[in-house]
Write a protein that binds this ligand. Structure first.
Ligand SMILES: C[S@@+](CC[C@H](N)C(=O)[O-])C[C@H]1O[C@@H](n2cnc3c(N)ncnc32)[C@H](O)[C@@H]1O
Length: 212
C-alpha cells in the first residue's frame, strides 16, 4: 500500500499492474468475484463505489447485475474506470469519497476498498456514508494494515469500533489467508467488513423525545 498522500493521477496508468488491482489473472478475478457476490445483495441494486480507482470492483459488481456509481478524486482514475465500464449501466464522477457528489441519490451498497484508511476523518466519512444508504442497505469495506516497519492502514478492531454507533451487526471476513485474492501469500492484516445499516428506531443511544 502506498502513502495517504499518493499522486493517484500519476499512478493511474500502472495501477492495474498489481494482481488485486487489475484482476487480470482469471484466478484472482474469480476470487474477488466470489467474495463480492457474497457481500453484495442477491438482487440487482445500486452500488456506490467510493475511491473506485480504475473501476475493477465496479466492473465485477456490474457483471453481477448491479448499477454502479463510482467516485474518485483522481480524474485519470475516473477516465480509466469510464473506459473499463463503457456501455454498462455505470457512471463515474470526480469527487471526494468523504462527501461524494451524488445529491439526493441513495444506494443499496456503499463499497469502499483500500480508501477509508487514507481519509483524514474516517469516523465522519462512515457517518456520511451510512446516510447515503437506503433502508436495508449496507456498507462493504475492504481494508487492512500494510507493511511492518511503518505500517499504514486501519486495523479491523478500530474499524469495528467506528462502526458501532452507526451500523447493525457487522460481519468481519479475514482475507489475509486467501492468496488467490492477492496473487500470492500475504502476511499482513487484510479483511472485509459488511455492515448493515441500523434499522430506524434502533440507533444506539437513541432516546425518545420527551416533553414536546
Ligand atoms: C488504493 S486505490 C483503491 C482503488 C479501488 N478502490 C480498488 O480497490 O481498486 C485508492 C483510490 O482512492 C482514491 N482516493 C484517494 N483519496 C480519495 C478521496 N478523498 N476521495 C476519492 N477518492 C480518493 C485514489 O485516487 C485511488 O484511486
Amino acid at each position: 500500500m502506498t502513502s495517504a498522500n499518493a499522486d493517484w493521477d500519476a499512478r493511474a496508468t500502472s495501477f492495474d499492474d498489481e494482481p488485486d488491482h487489475g484482476l487480470r489473472d482469471p484466478e484472482v478475478r474469480r476470487a474477488w468475484a466470489g467474495r463480492l457476490r457474497d457481500w453484495l445483495p442477491g438482487r440487482a441494486g445500486d452500488v456506490l463505489d467510493l475511491g473506485c480507482g480504475t473501476g475493477s470492483l465496479s466492473l465485477l459488481a456490474s457483471e453481477q447485475g448491479h448499477r454502479v456509481t463510482g467516485v474518485d478524486l483522481s480524474p485519470a482514475m475516473v477516465t480509466l474506470a469510464r473506459e473499463k465500464l463503457a456501455g454498462r449501466d455505470a457512471v463515474f464522477l470526480v469527487g471526494d469519497a468523504a462527501a461524494p457528489p451524488v445529491g439526493e441519490q441513495r444506494f443499496d451498497v456503499v463499497l469502499v476498498r483500500h480508501v477509508l484508511w487514507a481519509l483524514p476523518d474516517p469516523a465522519r466519512a462512515l457517518g456520511h456514508w451510512s446516510g447515503l444508504l437506503r433502508p436495508g442497505g449496507r456498507l462493504v469495506l475492504v481494508e487492512g494494515v500494510w507493511g511492518s516497519v511503518e505500517p499504514v492502514g486501519i486495523p479491523a478492531d478500530r474499524l469495528i469500533g467506528l462502526l458501532a454507533p452507526i451500523a447493525g451487526q457487522v460481519r468481519v471476513e479475514r482475507l489475509s489467508d486467501d492468496p488467490l485474492l492477492w496473487g500470492g501469500e500475504v502476511t499482513d492484516e487484510r479483511y472485509a467488513v459488511v455492515a448493515p445499516a441500523r434499522a430506524s428506531g434502533q440507533e444506539r443511544g437513541e432516546v425518545a423525545p420527551t416533553g414536546e
